[in-house]
Design a protein around this ligand. Sequence first.
Ligand SMILES: C[S@@+](CC[C@H](N)C(=O)[O-])C[C@H]1O[C@@H](n2cnc3c(N)ncnc32)[C@H](O)[C@@H]1O
Length: 314
Amino acid sequence: MKWSEIAIHTTNEATEAVANILHEAGASGVVIEDSGEPERTHEDRYGEIYDLDPQDFPTEGVLVKAYLPASSFLKETVQEISESIDKLKQFNLDTGKKAITTTEVDEEDWATAWKKYYHPVKISGRFTIVPTWETYQPVESDELIIELDPGMAFGTGTHPTTVMCLQALEKYVKPEDYVIDVGTGSGVLAIGATLLNAQRVLALDLDEVAVRSAKENIELNHCDEKVEVVHGNLLDSVKEPADLIVANILAEVIVTFSQDAYQLLAENGLFIVSGIIGAKKDFVKEDLIQKGFEIVESVVMEDWVALIARKRGE
Ligand SMILES: C[S@@+](CC[C@H](N)C(=O)[O-])C[C@H]1O[C@@H](n2cnc3c(N)ncnc32)[C@H](O)[C@@H]1O
């Protein structure tokens, strides 16, 4: 699994605000490397003094690093982060050089480090996402727990686009629905639909790694009897009509298969789409209307948009 490391060189005073921006951009964890750190005295939890290697730290200022599952949203996410950092100047915060670099890192480098920062999180009225290595006791009687180890696939469940899809599923999935999840990633939306009592779910992804990860998570959540995971491009291999199609994929990709989605959906069937950066909302909206959908709802979270569209009668 590949991760995108986004490193921002900033100042001490802006560190917390920058870390916050990275969390809001969906980072599962943020690491802070302060140039002053190696000079401080450190004790481990057994009371032994240890030294830090100065080579692991910047020579001046602070490096704030965030890790996100490598995805097609990297360019938009970096742009969003950069704009949010620029806005900090309004609060008279000196953000320093604000040099942003992105690097692809391997699962092995990051796998153990990021888990420290990923904890159970309630993301809607009923859904709580719980990492597999945490124990969690449900608080509400109707709470739905999704256990996840995103491993190498996109979908810690906490990215705004995923959260909006899960919230929409919670609102619109009806028992007995046949649901298709296009670009399933970690399988999080397919699991969500199953927990909401969808009759059957088809989860599709073009990435073999995502297909493996989705299968593992679906089994972990005891949803494998209802969910079929298939390796494939968008809706190319699908013939059977669906009641609801959900896709958290880039705007440019949504418009390439919105016609297929329309044809596959039963009358009044719903097409829930996210992965749309704010500036592309009208572009997707107009495409969906032109293909025969009516927009039922439009939801915004941070810089991202989700649209819920209904297939109008022929
Ligand atoms: C942003 S992730 C969404 C993951 C998950 N559904 C979620 O909401 O967290 C997009 C997923 O779409 C998959 N994908 C991208 N292009 C695809 C295509 N042409 N056909 C099928 N899946 C695709 C990617 O591999 C990735 O797993």
